[in-house]
Ligand binder design. Structure first.
Ligand code: SF4
Ligand code: SF4
Length: 108
């Protein structure tokens, strides 16, 4: 099981979650962050700190964002298991689901 980052993170990338993750498994793409499904230890530390409630336990992802499970998993198809996000830095890609989105406004 894993935690999943959904639509509210796109074009925001506040990064509060990165500070909380004990295993450094939250990776930065161009428009969103992604949680590595095999490296995540399901501790739940990241979920409450996200200011836009973008992070969900796999079983609790709202149905309208169900495809974000796939987006988080498939983001790592060509990356494997790097074992730490800090050394990777910004990864210059996004999952196709996210790359296809129009620019997301986060104005209140
Ligand atoms: S805290 Fe939320 S908005 Fe910020 S990077 Fe993490 S998932 Fe994205
Ligand atoms: S649940 Fe824990 S291990 Fe998984 S991404 Fe969040 S902080 Fe990292």
């Amino acid at each position: 099981m894993t935690y999943v980052i959904a639509l509210p993170c796109v074009d925001l990338k506040d990064k509060a979650c990165i500070e909380e993750c004990p295993v450094d498994c939250i990776y930065e793409g161009e428009r969103s962050l992604y949680i590595h499904p095999d490296e995540c230890v399901d501790c739940g530390a990241c979920e409450p700190v996200c200011p836009v409630e973008a992070i969900y336990y796999e079983d609790d992802v709202p149905s309208e964002w169900a495809e974000y499970y796939k987006a988080n998993v498939e983001f790592f198809d060509d990356l494997g298991s790097p074992g730490g996000a800090a050394k990777m830095g910004l990864i210059n890609k996004d999952h196709p689901i996210i790359a296809a989105l129009p620019p997301q406004s986060h104005d209140e």
